[in-house]
Design a binder for this molecule. Structure first.
Ligand SMILES: [Zn+2]
Length: 427
């Protein structure tokens, strides 16, 4: 299956003092998409929706729809347009909208992942600050220009093109030519920022300063991963962005790893912190399975497996054994967990199923084949991931079975279909 890919060109003006956002731009949607469904934050209002055609412009209406429920982790409504199907190759939408970023509804019990505040801006798909394609398999390439106060510094998940200062404001522009699954912008006043070219971290100085101790370790572990998994699918180096957000945890976007509140620098927690940083770095390779299907378990389980292996190598203190044991306990404590195959990542039980049971499944296969052999194969599979757009569970299992000449598919299927406490009995 070939995923469709939208092209975005957005110009946004962010006013942190007023908490206001104004965006104009175009979205090019391949005509293979029968209709255009987008999620937009509840605090934003459309001010222009026009369709550009070969023969001119056609005003179209954006209207809210509830034909399908918007996944809970988005703070937005579902919109579509009264577009008549045509024979054209693509839809070109010219849009404008503005307003404030509203937090999620209280009864959704979801953390506010996006906000425009006086001292920090964090915008990603969760806050639906741009029209987020409802079909999560739709990737996006983008050009983004962001105008803000001239004494602010910004990060985005694209390649920085230039910074243009003009009358108290500065326009930062980025380009992402590769289709990616999100458009992320983060910013803060320069006077508050930790600015160090050598550092893997970016964010408020008071939060990042204490992370220096983790910097060296993270860079050494990244090197170990590159030796094992080969070249990454992005030329940008991994950056950890620390945001002041206290809830909601971390997300990884093409080399940009955004961590709410930062990592604990307590030495007691050093091992799990290093492993969780390493997990995020692993997503530079393992990010190609669909997030709309259960296949996403594979990306999470591979990121867990590889980060645990590297942490074990790095610390050399039996981290793997203790982690396997701990994961088993954590999984059993969760009680009855549905089958991995029956879950998508937005479901609550997916975490235990993907991260715990999924990791234990990979460990089981690894023990069956032999750790050294399995690690070699994971290294080769990482390159398949880096070079392909879509990765599925079947691709992985067939690759391992074929290369190891060991029957693992039946075992894996037994695990993936297992519903209950812990892990299935061996077959
Ligand atoms: Zn992950």
């Amino acid at each position: 299956m070939i995923s469709a890919s939208n092209e975005y060109a957005l110009e946004c003006v962010i006013n942190p003092q007023k908490g206001h956002l104004k965006v104009s731009g175009t979205i090019i949607i391949p005509a293979t998409e029968e209709s255009a469904f987008f999620i937009l934050n509840r605090g934003l209002r459309w001010t222009k929706t026009v369709r550009r055609t070969a023969s001119g412009y056609q005003s179209i209406t954006a209207y809210k729809t509830d034909i399908v429920a918007v996944p809970k982790f988005y703070h937005g409504d579902l919109w579509t347009f009264d577009i008549q199907n045509s024979q054209q190759d693509e839809f070109v939408l010219e849009i404008e909208y503005s307003g404030q970023i509203h937090p999620p509804a209280k009864d959704s019990h979801m953390p506010a992942m996006g906000y425009i505040k006086r001292d920090f801006v964090e915008l990603a798909c969760y806050s639906a600050w741009y029209p987020v394609p409802f079909n999560m398999e739709t990737n996006m390439s983008f050009e983004l220009a962001c105008e803000g106060p001239d004494d602010w510094t910004w990060e985005a998940n694209g390649k920085l093109q230039n910074v243009e200062k003009n009358n108290g404001t500065a326009v930062w522009s980025w380009k992402q030519t590769k289709p990616v699954n999100d458009i992320v912008v983060l910013g803060l006043p320069k006077r508050d920022a930790h600015l160090d070219e050598e550092s893997l971290f970016w964010g408020p100085r008071d939060l990042v300063g204490s992370h220096k101790v983790l910097d060296t370790s993270a860079r050494e572990m990244k090197k170990l991963l590159e030796d094992w998994l080969g070249p990454r699918d992005t030329s940008d180096s991994v950056r950890f962005v620390i945001t002041p957000r206290k809830m909601g945890g971390a997300y990884a976007r093409t080399g940009l790893i955004v961590v709410g509140g930062g990592y604990s620098t307590d030495t007691i927690l050093r091992k799990p912190v290093l492993q969780s940083m390493c997990h995020e770095i692993c997503h530079d390779w393992f990010c190609k399975a669909s997030v709309r299907t259960y296949d996403n378990w594979l990306d999470e389980a591979l990121a867990e497996y590889c980060s645990i292996m590297i942490t074990d190598d790095y610390l050399n203190e039996g981290f793997l054994e203790s982690h396997v044991e701990k994961t088993m306990q954590l999984l059993e404590k969760q009680g009855n967990i549905p089958a991995i195959r029956s879950l998508t990542r937005d479901q609550e039980e997916a975490y235990a199923a993907y991260y715990f049971r999924g990791f234990l499944l990979l460990h089981e296969i690894s023990e069956k084949i032999g750790r050294i052999e399995f690690r070699k194969m994971i290294g080769e599979f990482a390159q398949i991931c880096a070079k392909n757009r879509d990765i599925t569970t079947d691709m992985f299992l067939e690759f391992i079975e074929e290369n190891s000449k060991t029957k693992i598919i039946d075992t894996a299927k037994n695990w993936l279909d297992f519903e209950g406490v812990g892990i299935p009995l061996s077959i």
